[in-house]
Design a protein around this ligand. Structure first.
Ligand code: GLN
Length: 188
């Protein structure tokens, strides 16, 4: 990778514009991904929050599900994106995830999250968030809320149950871009 990393944002449904803005501000060039060929030459990919059933339906209509399964770079999945990456869907993160697992009363909420290795909390915006039921042995927990993992890393895949793109705090996107820089220097 020379210069700015090229990051794709799956732009079928959901909060893709917000991710694109955060990534540009954090120093990336952003490509909106709507077709398999848009994945070519990307250094990383973001799967946004939204409605996982709609995103998955559109992705399989365009052949993007298989294309994403063969994508080799780092991937960030937030909320619905985390659901899509789990064992039951694209199978790229060793996680079992429950959709809409917080009861109706607490379906959407905000909470300060302690980020591993950082003093300042991260404001987590949870909107009908998924919950991790089980994580494989190699999955690292980077933040938890009341004992439940909400930010996790499985190798090149980073997933958040919340919406970092709906805050002004770039730290999750910056961590993702660090993963991208590491991965591209290993491949170079
Ligand atoms: N509840 C949504 C789903 O099941 C995810 C919500 C979100 O991405 N904010 O897909």
């Amino acid at each position: 990778m020379v210069g700015r990393p090229r990051i794709g944002v799956l732009a079928l449904q959901g909060a893709f514009r917000e991710h694109a803005r955060m990534l540009r501000d954090a120093g990336a060039d952003v490509v909106e991904v709507r077709l398999p060929e848009h994945l070519e030459g990307l250094d990383g990919l973001v799967i946004p929050g939204g409605e996982s059933t709609s995103i998955l339906r559109l992705a399989s209509l365009y052949g993007l599900d298989d294309a994403i399964r063969s994508f080799v770079g780092p991937i960030l999945g937030t909320c619905a994106g985390m659901i899509l990456l789990d064992r039951a869907h694209l199978g790229l993160a060793d996680l079992e995830v429950d959709r809409n697992a917080y009861g109706r009363q607490v379906a959407s909420f905000e909470a300060d999250l302690e980020l591993e290795g950082e003093e300042r909390p991260f404001r987590g915006v949870f909107i009908r968030a998924p919950r991790v039921r089980e994580a494989g042995a190699d999955v690292e927990v980077l933040a938890a809320l009341e004992g439940e993992p909400v930010l996790l890393r499985d190798g090149r895949v980073l997933v958040a149950a919340f919406h970092p793109e709906l805050t002004d705090d770039p730290r999750i996107h910056e961590r993702f871009l660090e993963l991208v820089t590491e991965a591209t220097s290993v491949r170079a």
